[in-house]
Write a protein that binds this ligand. Structure first.
Ligand code: NAP
Length: 256
């Protein structure tokens, strides 16, 4: 079989460093022949993402804070100036205040709640609206979710509520964009030690619990998440939209 994403162009938002799930997705997309555009949030991350972009087939690297509409507009105008066609978009972005990931959920402030929703859920809607016109031949929009959207996971709190909204956004966007042959899905990944995950109190206990009890008796490898992202972005995934696909060593089936 040839490369699964040969001739395709993909935009990946959410690489912070080489441990980011989005970086693993970038590596797999690159391996399968996709041409990549990456974004970073804030000047602080620029150099790191530019260096990683070199490893990812000399990917183009652009700034984009997804909470700022003008930054999204600027990103789209740069992409349009370059011919403008996109085949896949990966949204791998989330944020909540550290305090809200360590104390009881009932203490979540309105500001903390809205911040988590804005960055982690609404941004998918903003990204979909901005990028859909560029997916002229149809395409794949993918986001990353977690089991805390539907089950209570200690300390995941406000982020679980944001992931519940994110998964609902996936379904509504899939219905809106389906007639344009744009498929919208989420991968619900098992826990992986990344910069964001380190913000969750006692995260290492979550990793230990999964390794001990998941049907595959181990944690999730980011490369497994990335290969599922390749499937969804490729022709192989052409019939799949509006889904939340678990790549979690099977942990989500457990009741006890
Ligand atoms: P990560 O490497 O820290 O990636 C999170 C990314 O979100 C970072 O690149 C961060 O940029 C970016 N971001 C935050 N606010 C942003 C904004 N306003 N505009 C643009 N980018 C922004 O952590 P990760 O674990 O790979 O997370 C990626 C996604 O996977 C998230 O949606 C996360 O919830 C999800 N997920 C993670 C796990 C896990 O266990 N790690 C499991 C399931 C799902 P900065 O670093 O510059 O702020």
């Amino acid at each position: 079989m040839g490369q699964l994403l040969e001739g395709k162009k993909a935009l990946i938002l959410g690489i912070a460093n080489r441990w980011s799930l989005a970086f693993a997705i970038g590596q797999a997309f690159c391996r399968e022949g996709a041409q990549l555009v990456l974004t970073y949030q804030g000047e602080r991350q620029r150099l790191t993402v530019e260096e990683l972009g070199v490893e990812l087939g000399n990917a183009k690297v652009l700034a984009c804070d997804v909470t700022q509409q003008e930054e999204l507009d600027r990103l789209i105008s740069v992409l349009e100036a370059e011919g403008g066609k996109l085949d896949a978009v990966v949204h791998s972005i989330a944020f909540a205040n550290r305090d809200d990931l360590s104390r009881p959920f009932v203490e979540t402030s309105k500001a903390g709640y809205l911040l988590a929703q804005d960055v982690s859920a609404y941004s998918l809607v903003a990204v979909a609206r901005a990028t859909a016109p560029l997916m002229k031949d149809g395409g794949s929009l993918l986001t990353l979710s977690y089991l805390g959207s539907t089950r209570v996971v200690p300390n995941y709190n406000v982020m679980g509520v944001a992931k519940a909204a994110l998964e609902a956004c996936v379904r509504y966007l899939a219905n809106d964009l389906g007639p344009s042959r744009i498929r919208v899905n989420a991968i619900s990944a098992g826990p992986v030690k990344t910069a964001s995950a380190r913000g969750i109190r006692d995260f290492s206990k979550v990793l230990e619990g999964v390794a001990a009890r998941a049907p595959l008796r181990r944690n999730t490898d980011p490369a497994e998440v990335a290969d599922t992202a390749v499937f969804l972005a490729s022709e192989m995934g052409r019939g799949v939209t509006g889904n939340v696909i678990f790549v979690d060593a099977g942990f989500q089936i457990l009741g006890m």
